[in-house]
Write a protein that binds this ligand. Structure first.
Ligand code: MG
Length: 160
């Protein structure tokens, strides 16, 4: 059996006039995440964790923020493309662990829905993905409600 581990991190600025998407779920809030795509920081961190485990670089190499074809794109589509790379490699997802750091809004009510969405997009069982949500205790840009950050870890296996 071959094992791989990858980590991902992302942060996006919270601004007015944008919808908030986390894990392909639209979350009611007064602000949304600024980005070339829909700014879904959770999916971006997850893509980077998977690409990292596959030793395939990072999300910016595949989906440059200067490329107009990715302008406003739903990040679920980016995750689908990374899933295709994963399938091609022969590796399977062993487990995924995600930490969303947001001072606001409270994400507990949305965790189940986010989990369902990501598991469906990746074709994995729900006990393979863990999502943790926490605040930044009021500290720094995330704590001041200026941004939302996310960390993700991916463990993959291949073979017998
Ligand atoms: Mg990003």
């Amino acid at each position: 059996m071959q094992y791989r581990v990858g980590m991902g991190y992302d942060i996006h600025r919270l601004v007015e006039g944008r919808k908030l998407f986390l894990g392909a779920v639209e979350i009611p809030y007064t602000k949304g995440l600024l980005g070339h795509s829909d700014g879904d920081v959770l999916i971006h961190a997850l893509c980077d964790a998977l690409l990292g485990a596959l030793a395939l670089g990072d999300i910016g190499e595949y989906f440059p923020d200067t490329d107009p074809q990715y302008q406003g794109i739903a990040s679920s589509r980016l995750l689908k493309i990374v899933k295709e790379l994963l399938d091609k490699s022969g590796y399977k997802i062993n487990n995924l662990d995600v930490i969303i750091i947001a001072q606001e809004p409270k994400l507990i009510p949305f965790k189940v829905h986010i989990k369902e969405k990501i598991c469906a997009l990746l074709g994995i069982a729900q006990d393979v993905l863990n999502i943790k949500a926490k605040t930044n205790e009021g500290l720094d840009a995330v704590g001041q409600r200026e941004a939302i950050a996310c960390y993700a870890t991916a463990s993959l296996t291949r073979g017998e």
